[in-house]
Every structure is written in structure tokens, then in C-alpha cells.
Design a protein around this ligand. Structure first.
Ligand code: ZN
Length: 335
């Protein structure tokens, strides 16, 4: 009789998977990542493996424990998987053929009519943020998020007053009340994200935008300058603020959508080093894996404390964050 729980507890799944797949693409604080063989992954490194569980953040979404890994990868029954794990006997199977996919079309911004309305909303919200009615929202950005006045202005952040769950109709568009984060690249408005003061869904959008097709702060990327890619917009703004003279920043906006559109590859080409700094949770890990798939210039890191750059900044302050960013850019932090 095999004691499955004991068996699993003894195993380090990372080593087991490494035996099957070879060296991982990268190692995080407590995980390793690979190309997912279960869906013949061509581009990414979606398979993320921890000591006792694994998950594919790409197409197949498979996941589980060591037994599930052996079942999936070696195509075994549950019983066979237990037996082979107990024996330490783990045969290789042939690598599945890679699938070539057609390139997807390049993302397009919303039409000119929507952009004109969005611009009115952004202008109104910006004025309100810098007026007495925006005082609390302004205080939140400065004192809680650590953003400087200069960055708030550069990012064209704004504020639409109202209850945390309220919406207001402006220019015929439904606008969630809260702090407005415009997604503008050069002069094109791709979307408007809103950070609510409370509620289950903290981040919402003005309908009709195309934030998924955009890369936040893409027009601030400079050739020959390292780039810090974060999950959240406020994290990217802090990275930009702190890294100003040695790095730039961009944000994907959400860990559930880490795919960077081909449209922005040109801007990324001249970047000598990309640091993917996602939130220290499972979704963030998956997002980091996807971004790492873009190029060998990507390095995945997690902040030493707190769940994201903003929290790390709040806990430690500008100098510590600056030093840490410089260290990870220069490759001084082992993963
Ligand atoms: Zn997969």
C-alpha cells in the first residue's frame, strides 16, 4: 500500500519536473517556470512549478500536485502515477510537436469619436483632482501611493467624485467614480482605468477603450534604457519616478492579461534589459512567466517585501527602492 500523502510531502515537485523537462527558463523566490509541454507551448513559459503544486497559466490551465503531474505528463492512471513516483521511476515521453500559429493582428486604438469624448473626461477629471474636491484623492496618491506631483501631472491622473460604486454619465460615456488613470500613448487615448475608493472590484474602466491592446507608458520607453514592467499602473509610476535617471517603466495593467501586443515590440527592441516585477502572488507569477517569454532580455523579480512596488515603497522609502532597482537591473540579485 502506498502512502500518497507522505509520498507527495517528501517530493520537491520542482526537481521532479526539472527531471522531465530539463533546466527551467527561470527561477523565482519559490518557483521555477518552463514551456508547458501539455499544450505544446511555442512562445511562452506558462508552466509554473512550486515545491508541492504546479499550474499552467497558458492555454491548457492544467495543474495539481506531483501525482497529477505524472498523470498528465506521462499519461498514467492515478494508480500507476503513485507507483512510479514511489519507485522513483519516471520515464520520459516524446516531446509533442510544436504548433505554429498565425500571427495575430496588431491592436488598434478606439476610434477618433470615442477618443475625443475620453479626452474631455480626462481633462475634467484632472481639473477636479487639483481642486478642493479632489483633495482626498490627491492625498491618497501622494501619501499612500508615494507619487510626486510631477508624476501625477505627467500621468494626467484625475478624479471623478462620487460614491465608490457610483457611475456618472459624461460625454455620453459611463464613467466609474474614483481616480482616473488614462492610458494615453503619444496622443492616442487607448482607454481610461478607474481606481475605486472601495468595493469588491477596485479597478474598472470606461467602456469602449482598448486597454488590453495597449502597454501603459509605452511612449516613455527609451532605447538603451532598462525597463521595469509592472502589473499595476501605480507601480509603474513609482518605478518611473524612482528610476527616472536610470530606468523607465511600463505596466500591463492586470496579471490576467500579461500578453504584450506586437504593436509595442518595436519600442521594446532597443531596451537592453527588462525587469518583470509582478505582484508576489500566483497570478503575478504567471504574468511574469508570460513576459519572460518575450525575450532573453527579461528578468523576473519580486519585491523583497510587500506585495508590489507601491507597498515596498511605502514600507522602505525612495532610497531603498532606488537601490534595489539598480541592483536588480545590474543583475546583482540571485533568483
Ligand atoms: Zn499548458
Amino acid at each position: 500500500m502506498i502512502d500518497v500523502e507522505k509520498l507527495k510531502a517528501q517530493l520537491d515537485l520542482r526537481q521532479l519536473v526539472e527531471r522531465d523537462l530539463g533546466k527551467p527558463r527561470f527561477r523565482g523566490r519559490d518557483y521555477v517556470a518552463f514551456k508547458c509541454p501539455l499544450h505544446s507551448e511555442h512562445k511562452g513559459y506558462s508552466l509554473v512549478v512550486y515545491a508541492h503544486h504546479w499550474r499552467c497559466f497558458g492555454k491548457c490551465h492544467a495543474g495539481g500536485d506531483a501525482i497529477a503531474w505524472a498523470q498528465h505528463y506521462h499519461q498514467l492512471t492515478f494508480h500507476e502515477a503513485c507507483e512510479r513516483l514511489a519507485n522513483g521511476e519516471l520515464p520520459q515521453i516524446e516531446t509533442l510537436n510544436t504548433v505554429h500559429r498565425m500571427p495575430e493582428p496588431i491592436a488598434q486604438p478606439p476610434d477618433a469619436a470615442w477618443q475625443a469624448k475620453a479626452r474631455h473626461i480626462i481633462d475634467e477629471a484632472r481639473e477636479r483632482l487639483w481642486s478642493p474636491e479632489g483633495q482626498r484623492a490627491w492625498g491618497y496618491l501622494v501619501w499612500e501611493r508615494g507619487l510626486s506631483e510631477q508624476i501625477i501631472r505627467l500621468a494626467q491622473l484625475g478624479y471623478i467624485p462620487g460614491a465608490p460604486t457610483a457611475w456618472r454619465e459624461i460625454e455620453g460615456l459611463n464613467v466609474p467614480c474614483g481616480i482616473l488613470i488614462p492610458w494615453i500613448v503619444e496622443d492616442t487615448v487607448w482607454g481610461i482605468k478607474v481606481r475605486r475608493a472601495a468595493g469588491e472590484q477596485r479597478y474598472q474602466q470606461v467602456g469602449g477603450g482598448n486597454i488590453r491592446g495597449c502597454l501603459y507608458l509605452a511612449d516613455r520607453i527609451l532605447p538603451r534604457t532598462p525597463l521595469i514592467i509592472t502589473e499595476g499602473e501605480f507601480d509603474a509610476l513609482i518605478a518611473w519616478q524612482v528610476g527616472g535617471d536610470f530606468a523607465r517603466a511600463a505596466a500591463i495593467g492586470s496579471a490576467s492579461h500579461a500578453r504584450i501586443d506586437r504593436r509595442w515590440y518595436g519600442a521594446l527592441l532597443g531596451v537592453p534589459r527588462m525587469i518583470a516585477c509582478m505582484d508576489a502572488d500566483e497570478a503575478g507569477t504567471g504574468a511574469a512567466a508570460q513576459i519572460a517569454a518575450l525575450s532573453g532580455a527579461v528578468k523576473c523579480v519580486q519585491v523583497p517585501s510587500g506585495k508590489d512596488l507601491n507597498e515596498f515603497y511605502q514600507q522602505t522609502g525612495e532610497n531603498v527602492v532606488k537601490e534595489w532597482l539598480q541592483t536588480v537591473i545590474n543583475g546583482g540579485v540571485p533568483l
